[in-house]
Ligand binder design. Structure first.
Ligand SMILES: [Zn+2]
Length: 472
């Protein structure tokens, strides 16, 4: 055996030696063949390159380059962090040995780049060819989309940053502290791992906020998240601090749940009531109920007019008080699940949903109950009579995104990076929007988030909500 192995080693050694000699010869030959081309690459020199941030209009990529032969081809490749696809643009310019070129990525037009929120990051490279077939590919250089209209103050750690421009250090610190606590709850108590870094931008006025949003954003939007880029934009002034703290953690919870449970076309399977219930539950450190929701909820519980959970699986009602009830109920069911059965079980449920389970299947796997049965367990806890459960099995429906994948004007128009046709860019902007506090209503409810705000926003908001059918 040993001799055989020695012989084998010998053969292997011999084979390896031959391979090495062959490789050396091959490399020498290749370097000879490639030498003229390698030598020929040197004539192209990049004198300068830069990116001008002209948010909210555009970002401009600038290049100055020279070569011995006229430069005849310029291709700009831009990759956004978080987006699956990059974009490649053939940049027009007048061929010459000394060129200046620029390309404007429009944030306003999907055909020439598309919207990117402040804080979105990426990198870019230039591919340059001259008439003598010399080629130069510049190393990747990074960019960060920046809204220079404001003088931002920032508080940050490795996990998240809070950016604001109105209100002092106390204002930003309070938001940062709340955001860190909200994140910690999800990471520690619910075991959500690998949460990507998140950036929050607080816009003080509605006008400035809408200037920063994609074109034609719904007027009642008060917070918007861009999960692909880990960016959340929220609109509130320092005097609306209480609402802002709740809004910050509410949106952050959505963003983090989003980052955990996402399919290729968006978020799958998580019941809407669970998503919203968790966001409300995590608004405050002590998980205290929201008074307004709570009042409507307690009244409905007393009158036995609670909404069947199954009805809240995909969307919330458009009716104001029904929407409030939906938030109050969802909060209470999530609270029941976490506090009655433990955070570990809830965490396990999120894991099951992450693997793609449908709402009822996920619950059955972890809690051994479907939504109807869970609802009755919860109803028993709050002293409500059990609801008659239909024994007829619900037809299995294909999972649909719990969150909106994109707004109509920013719909997925992904184009593979190999396309070199002039300005066509992928704009994969997944967004969840939440209504803002109504600026014309001075006395804001502290917890006027999502559906809660609908009540204050009046008929216009309701019409907008109806048009958007379930995007609350
Ligand atoms: Zn929400």
């Amino acid at each position: 055996m040993i001799r055989q192995r020695a012989r084998l080693n010998h053969v292997l050694f011999f084979f390896t030696m031959r391979l090495k000699i062959f490789s050396a010869c091959f490399l020498a030959l290749m370097s000879l063949l490639l030498a003229p081309r390698a030598f020929a690459q040197s004539p192209i020199v990049v004198a300068s390159q830069s990116v001008d941030m002209l948010f909210p209009r555009a970002m401009r990529f600038n290049l100055e380059a020279t070569s011995a032969a006229p430069i005849r081809t310029l291709i700009l490749t831009v990759r956004q962090r978080g987006a699956a696809l990059g974009s490649r643009f053939a940049v027009p310019f007048a061929p010459a040995t000394n060129i200046r070129a620029e390309f404007e990525w429009s944030f306003q037009s999907a055909a020439a780049g598309g919207y990117l929120p402040p804080g979105a990051e990426g990198d870019y490279t230039w591919h340059i060819e001259d008439a003598a077939d010399n080629v130069l590919d510049t190393p990747r250089a990074e960019y960060v989309v920046t809204d220079r209209a404001h003088k931002w103050a920032t508080r940050a750690n490795d996990a998240l940053s809070v950016n604001w421009y109105q209100g002092g250090d106390d204002f930003g610190s309070a938001i940062f502290t709340r955001a860190v606590a909200a994140r910690e709850f999800l990471a520690r108590e619910l075991g959500i791992e690998n949460i990507p870094p998140l950036k929050l931008f607080i816009y003080a006025t509605k006008g400035e906020f809408f200037t920063a949003l994609p074109p034609f954003s719904a007027e009642w939007t008060g917070g918007r998240m861009f999960p692909d880029y880990g960016v959340i934009l929220i609109n509130f002034a320092p005097e609306n601090m209480e609402w802002g703290l709740r809004a910050t953690s509410h949106e952050l919870s959505h963003a983090i749940l989003h980052s955990k449970i996402r399919g290729t076309i968006g978020e799958l399977s998580v019941p809407h009531w669970l998503d919203e219930g968790l966001a409300v539950y995590n608004e405050m450190n002590d998980h205290a109920p929201d008074e307004q929701f709570e009042r409507v909820f307690l009244l409905a519980a007393r009158r036995d007019t609670l909404i069947p959970l199954k009805k809240l699986e995909q969307r919330f009602p458009e009716d104001t008080s029904e929407a409030q009830l939906a938030y109050g109920q969802s909060y209470d069911v999530v609270k029941f699940m976490i506090e009655e059965y433990g955070a570990e079980k809830f965490s396990a449920l999120l894991d099951v949903y992450e693997r793609g389970a449908l709402p009822d299947d996920g619950l059955r796997q972890v809690y051994d109950m479907n939504q109807d049965e869970l609802e009755n367990a919860w109803r028993q806890k709050i002293g409500a009579p059990p609801r008659a459960i239909s024994t007829a099995r619900m037809p299995t429906v294909a999972p649909r995104p719990t969150f909106e994948v994109s707004a109509p004007l920013n719909a997925s128009t992904a184009v593979p990076a190999v396309s070199t046709t002039p300005p066509v860019a992928p704009t994969r902007v997944a967004q969840v929007e939440h209504p803002a506090p109504n600026s014309s209503t001075p006395a804001l409810p502290a917890s006027g988030l999502c559906g809660g705000v609908v009540m204050l926003s009046g008929v216009a908001a309701l019409r907008a909500l109806k048009r958007r059918a379930g995007k609350v």
